[in-house]
Ligand binder design. Structure first.
Ligand code: FE2
Ligand code: FE2
Length: 406
């Protein structure tokens, strides 16, 4: 695959500003056509996609369940339209085209969805921040404890496989798995599903609490809410992607339920009393997520998960990350890891800010993918410099546009 790039990730947030105008223009252009073409496209396309879905796919994606829903008297409102997650601003750029009728353009997302170039995916590194304050240390120790408990639960060991074993032909995979030195594809998936079902909680809790605080105090939030909600959405997409590959057992569902019940409340209370510690905790948790996904990627590249060799990327992942149609599962996991590096970077940076006064430096423009992949985060001073630079750039661009239009 040569490139995953469709656009640069910088300035992506400012493009959102154009959305309502573009959408309005498009709706005026095609007042009826959009709704009707979206329905017919969606149902037929979904059926053809489902033919290729494995039987073990998540319950909601199984074709018989879908068919039952479609023929049911109690129709799901809006469930049949293309892009039920809402229009994506990229779809609206060429106004002359009816993007909803064009089958080559897929998926549509209301919230910002990350898109990476091939080289950006390679920049992600396993990095960690040394804890400084008591809160930092408490957050790091809690993460280390949770990681250990989780490793025991999922029979995970980070054992490097010696080069001499990797050179053997064939590699004795069954033997290594029996010794517990290698995770099977089932065990990787079990781990991912548990991990991701927890990971979607912090952004939503943080976003909710800051939303309520803004209304309670009748004050601006400073751009934190949307970044946090985008993080929650991004983690949910990771979960939905992995759910297309496995039907979770009753045991997994029970674990997800129990973990969510406990974790949501624990994180809620932590965020209420010390949002700094809560963001530091997420930063540390994401350091571990990058470590785990890097391990999985290395195993895949070394041919240690043969069941996943050349497995095509799930459809939902192609839509969300805008991957090429021939993308593989490996590309998806590399994109997931890049997302985790972003969460690591953003949360550590937010943890360094004054939670009550400071603006979110990434509210208008994200740091570039390389910075997010290689650095654990920005210090408070770096955040201030970054925000200032980006504001100046946007103002300069706006001035240039104004001059050009006169
Ligand atoms: Fe994730
Ligand atoms: Fe994450």
């Amino acid at each position: 695959m040569s490139t995953l790039a469709i656009r640069s990730t910088t300035l992506m947030r400012s493009t959102h500003l154009c959305r309502p105008i573009l959408l309005q223009a498009q709706l005026l252009h095609h007042p009826i056509g959009i709704a009707s073409s979206s329905r017919s496209f969606s149902v037929s396309a979904r059926r053809s996609i489902q033919k290729d879905e494995p039987r073990q796919a998540s319950l909601a994606l199984q074709s018989d369940v879908r068919e039952k829903e479609e023929h049911s008297k109690n129709k799901i409102v809006g469930g049949e339209g293309k892009g039920v997650e809402g229009p994506h601003y990229q779809d609206q750029v060429p106004l002359a085209t009816d993007t909803l009728a064009d089958e080559s353009i897929t998926g549509a997302w209301t919230m910002m969805n990350p898109i990476y170039t091939e080289s950006e995916l390679d920049t992600v590194k396993v990095v960690g921040r040394t804890p400084v304050t008591i809160g930092d240390k408490a957050a790091h120790r809690t993460v280390k404890f949770l990681r250990k408990a989780f490793d025991v639960l999922t029979a995970y060991k980070a054992v490097p496989i010696p080069q001499s074993v990797l050179k053997q032909n064939p590699i004795p995979i069954a033997e290594l798995r029996a010794k517990g030195q290698l995770l099977s594809h089932h065990k990787w998936l079990f781990r991912f599903i548990l991990l991701e079902s927890i990971a979607g909680v912090p952004g939503m809790v943080g976003g909710t609490l800051r939303h309520l605080r803004s209304m309670r105090l009748l004050r601006r939030d400073g751009g934190w809410i949307h970044t946090l909600l985008e993080e929650a959405e991004n983690e949910r997409m990771h979960l939905l992607t992995f759910m297309t590959m496995a039907q979770p057992t009753v045991f997994t569902r029970a674990l997800v339920l129990a973990a969510q019940g406990v974790f949501y409340n624990a994180f809620f209370l932590t965020y209420l009393f010390s949002p700094k510690t809560a963001h530091r905790f997420v930063g540390a948790l994401e350091e571990e997520a990058v470590r785990t996904y890097t391990h999985c990627i290395e195993d895949m590249e070394n041919g240690l998960i043969p069941e996943w060799n050349d497995v095509p990327a799930p459809r939902i992942a192609i839509d969300y990350w805008r991957l090429p149609t021939d993308a593989k599962l490996l590309d998806v996991i590399r994109a997931v890891r890049a997302d985790e590096a972003t969460h690591r970077f953003v949360n550590h940076s937010l943890a360094n800010l004054d939670q009550k006064k400071d603006f979110n430096p990434f509210a208008l423009v994200e740091a570039n993918a390389q910075t997010r992949g290689e650095k654990w985060g920005f210090t408070r001073q770096e955040s201030a410099d970054f925000a200032k630079q980006q504001q100046q750039k946007l103002m300069e661009a706006s001035k240039q546009k104004h001059i050009a239009s006169h």
